[in-house]
Design a protein around this ligand. Sequence first.
Ligand code: GDP
Length: 691
Amino acid sequence: MMMLTKKMIEIRSILQGVGQSEALTLPSIVVIGSQSSGKSSVLEAIVGHEFLPKGSNMVTRRPIELTLVNSPDAKAEYGEFPALGLGKITDFSQIQKTLTDLNLAVPVEKCVTDDPIQLWIYSPNVPDLSLIDLPGYIQVVGEDQPAELKQKILDLCDRYIQPPNVILAISAADVDLANSTALRASRRVDPRGERTIGVITKMDLVDPRRGAEILADKRYPLRLGYVGVVCKIPQSASGLFARSRGNLTNIITKNENAYFSSHPLEYGPESDLAVGTSTLRKKLMHVLEQRMASSLAGTRDAIIQELEEATYEFKVQYNERPLSAESYLAENLDSFKHSFKEFSEAFGRPQVREMLKETLEQRVMDLLAKRYWNQPIADLTSVPYEAYALADLPKADPNSLYWQRKLDASTSELTKLGIGRLATTVVANELQSQIDRLIASSTFSSHPYAHSAIREAAANILNERFYSTSDQVENCIKPYKFEIEVEDNEWIKGRESVAKVMKKELRACEGAQKQLEGGVGKRKLNDVTTFVDRVRRGEIVLEGDGASGAGGFSSALLQQGREAVFLRDRAETLKMRLLAVRSRQCASPTNKYYCPEVFLDVVADKLTSTAVLFLNVELLSEFYYNFPRELDVRLGRHLSEAEVERFAREDPKVRKHLDVIRRKEMLEMVLQKIESLRQLEGRAKASVAAE
Ligand code: GDP
């Protein structure tokens, strides 16, 4: 029959894992007693180690739920605080220190708290027991203690000494039992003395005859009886045992036995009195086992009820949809990979081409502005207005070395701007931001862990491919750095293309002008631009650089005026050059010096086509092939069970769903365990009856 407590302790820890309700509380032995009644000494004698907080001013502030697990095979004795995750602690003075710290962490003004400390002790020398150590009752509140401490301790203890718990009421032999706070508290909740065990400590401090009288007391009858003990640690052993690995139980029992057997008349077998720590241990085991047995039916009913509730919730809220952390992850990963596939089908060579061409077109516009349409407006004072005259390209002499060099230099600047790097960066950035977009619209957006795992997967592949892709592209465009042949059809295409780009640029310019006008006001802007123009023509000479304003205009307004002049001139240049591009003069590549816009666009197009070819092979295809595989590695095979679980639980809805399922499964398992325990019990009873 002795396995029942062990099994029930196991069941209790499972129930704690699913959030156990009041109705499912399995019986424990609750230890109460006044301060200094010897409560700690009794508990330590049972455990075999000093481990409880000591010290003159040490009031226990939190209940300690002490679970003793008899582990015959355990090599060492050790304790564990499951809530703290500190692992196995084999040094009991470390356990003592941890308990002291946990106690001191409770603020003084709170006095005591309900929140129990869980401590498990595994040892071949302890019985299977579930004990709860409560703060000792205090008689007089100390000066440095809050006045309500006494009452709070009483209240806390009262909550714990309710059924189905067994009460271990500790009283010292040298104090009149009529004054025992523990016995008084027990009588309040257990008036017939059915679930209270009386422990009389410090038997060595009273005359043996008086001691025997106390144990045989009839004034406070307890069905489970009294046990007298001497739990004092012999002076010679104290301290030494706190540090050594020796077992306290043996020392105390030896000392105790010596004491009781030296008074055979009073405490000998004939006396029929229960004395000694080992007797107490046996009694505790027996009583708890019985309580566990009698709570089996009730616990079973409570579990059935909880299970019904969980089943109902599962049905109503989740339509009995099965879910596990793994299946959740797999499902999400699949749908993410699916949306990635869709993206990859929509983003191929044509799209990369378009992106790249646009980037280079912008570079061409910048180049043209810098080398042909140059309208420096940097310094209001020093540049004469004539220098701003628009480049009079249509009149450019094709045989002039000046215009030839200008175009050569511009072309060379374009081909040498680091196309490999630029193109690879543009595409890689686009891929990365598309991945971000895919994450944002997937369930992974609410999973920080998965979110960064996916981003990293993408970044890793892109980084890995970056240099080789960039080098390959650069290599392949190399010939264009030396010579560029332009076919007629290429020229026609380039002419159309660049006209479009310039029109777009023109619209952007006009848009910016409008915005400036809206901000400053049409008239005011007019005034300031007129002023800026006059300065540029040299009609007005500014003193200083105009940084603190001039002509009645603030420096900010002057700045806006300059911007307006710039935009106006740029728009005019663009209009003029658009006309030129469309004119007959720009109809064929033979006139390329007249039409650098068209020529540079053709160059940009050639560079784009070549770059795209290699980007497609080196970056895009590689990425599309490797990314889903990398995802599998990072979010599939590489994750431990705990990580998958943590991932799924990041989503509150999923967490609730998983919890219900887990709770249901746990309760089903516990119910099964309890049913088989009940069968065992039934059989045991039947065999006792048959004997
Ligand atoms: P608690 O405050 O109820 O936990 O009491 P302790 O276990 O700390 O004991 C209070 C004091 O009584 C300590 O000095 C113990 O050494 C002493 N003590 C405990 N049990 C016995 C005993 O059986 N005999 C004697 N003589 N002293 C004891």
